[in-house]
Design a protein around this ligand. Structure first.
Ligand code: PA5
Length: 447
């Protein structure tokens, strides 16, 4: 198995008997998921996706990615939440958090429509000046405010920069197969379209066209990514917790929850994984945080955050949280520390050592310090930070999240709470149809 799970360092908090006690519930939760008998069972398309994905669309994605690579300096990716985080997470994990500064043979990839900040929008418009641009707008509904505003701007930018024939070729829409404003517009204008499947929710959609087109444009091997997910799909099936790291992880994190922990902190020692952490936060937060239940997902990049949040975690974190550390056994881009004359900084004892070794000792040192301080540590270890392993990890966490949600007793596939802020925002903006709410909300705000 490409991913290993280790809960032994948390045994003083979650014991072997705690895990044995929750095991039947975890197995039942996995059976509910795999037999499609639980709540939200119309959103299970991601389960067999690594095998059953649309092969014709997959080749079109590759073809469009080639077109974009050959014709654009910049790809603008417009989307929010599940229509954004996965692509960015995989690009940064497989390439670099500095992808745009390092990209030589592939376009820069700029993300927008993931906030309503005018200054962010203006910045991205400025970055397109004098450059050849393509746009991938990703929205299942086509009506989400953030991407819809950004798409207005970038459609206009493309239309004013290129002839109608050329403009049409530079806009790629990833949306519903049959309905919605974006689908209607794409059909009317003749834009290339890709599908957000009906049975795959936003936060589970990274291995559909939602994630795959931008990922392929970055020069990432999407076959290897899918192969990793495919192997995870086949390997993470056992009902024996010791043979199924995904099932065991789902069980153990629920043990932490049952012991009163409120936060799960996803930790990486690679800054390139910061956006993967963001993806994990949406996956778990939106899936489990409902009905007054659920661990609140937070994230850290160590050793960076050990110099800011380490104090809190070490001395006040024990009651509140545990950590899930995603680590990589081998570093593909290492650096050897050299001897320096004079040894002014006293670091010559490290001369000839790989920096990855220092990073790993920091990880082990932190593991002991935090567990001794009462902060449980779970370790999810992959071989290396590359396409296959990232695909495997995506599937590992998606399945663990779904099982975990069923153990917790929630529907892991809905997100009713996301609508509340939108309603208020539309009412305050005076959107037709929301008039009656406006006055009441303004009164509450003291406006
Ligand atoms: O996971 C989700 O469902 C959300 O994060 C959505 O992906 C997000 O709100 C964007 O929605 P849409 O794709 O309809 O624009």
């Amino acid at each position: 198995m490409s991913v290993k799970f280790n809960a032994t360092y948390s045994e003083s908090i979650v014991s072997a008997s705690d895990i044995n006690n929750i095991a039947p519930k975890a197995v039942d939760a996995m059976k509910t998921l795999m037999s499609a008998t639980g709540e939200g069972n119309d959103f299970l398309g991601w389960i067999n996706l690594p095998r059953d994905y649309d092969k014709e669309e997959f080749s079109r994605i590759k073809k469009s990615a080639e077109f974009i690579k050959n014709n654009a300096d910049v790809l603008i990716v417009i989307g929010i939440g599940g229509s954004y985080l996965g692509a960015r997470a995989v690009i940064e994990a497989c390439k670099s958090a500095n992808y745009n500064l390092l990209a030589k043979d592939t376009p820069q990839i700029l993300f927008i429509g993931n906030s309503i900040s005018p200054s962010s929008l203006n910045d991205i418009v400025s970055l397109c000046e004098g450059k050849d641009v393509c746009v991938n707008v990703i929205s299942k509904s086509g009506t989400t405010t953030e991407p819809a505003i950004a798409f207005r701007v970038f459609r206009e930018l493309i239309n004013s920069k290129y002839s109608p024939e050329e403009a049409k070729k530079r806009i790629f829409c990833t949306t519903d197969a049959n309905k919605g404003t974006l689908k209607e517009l794409a059909d009317k204008e003749g834009y290339e379209t890709f599908v957000v499947p009906d049975d795959v929710g936003g936060r589970f959609s990274v291995l559909t066209a939602v994630g795959l087109l931008p990922i392929a444009v970055a020069g990432i091997d999407i076959d290897a990514l899918m192969n990793g997910a495919f192997d995870a799909m086949n390997e993470l099936c056992s009902e024996n917790l010791d043979e199924n790291p995904c099932l065991k992880y789902a069980a153990v994190r629920n043990c932490f929850y049952n012991k009163g922990k409120k936060l799960e902190c996803f930790v990486s020692y690679e800054p390139d994984m910061a956006m993967f952490n963001e993806w994990l936060k949406q996956l778990f937060g939106e899936s489990e945080g409902k009905d007054g239940k659920g661990l609140f997902p937070v994230s850290c990049v160590f050793s960076t955050d050990l110099h800011s949040l380490g104090q809190y975690i070490q001395e006040s974190g024990g009651e509140l949280m545990f950590e899930t550390v995603v680590s990589f056994k081998n570093c593909l881009n290492d650096y050897v520390i050299e001897e320096q004359e004079g040894n002014i900084d006293g670091l010559n004892f490290l001369a000839g050592e790989k920096m990855s070794l220092v990073n790993d000792k920091a990880r082990l040192g932190t593991l002991l310090a935090h567990t001794n301080g009462g902060v449980g540590n779970l370790i999810v270890e992959a071989e290396k930070k590359a396409e296959y392993e990232i695909g495997y990890l995506i599937y590992f966490f998606e399945k663990a999240c779904a099982i975990s949600g069923y153990i917790l007793g929630v529907n892991p596939f809905n997100q009713p709470g996301v609508e509340k802020y939108k309603k208020n925002m539309f009412a305050l903006l005076g959107k037709p149809g929301y008039e009656s709410e406006k006055e009441n909300l303004e009164k509450q705000l003291g406006l």
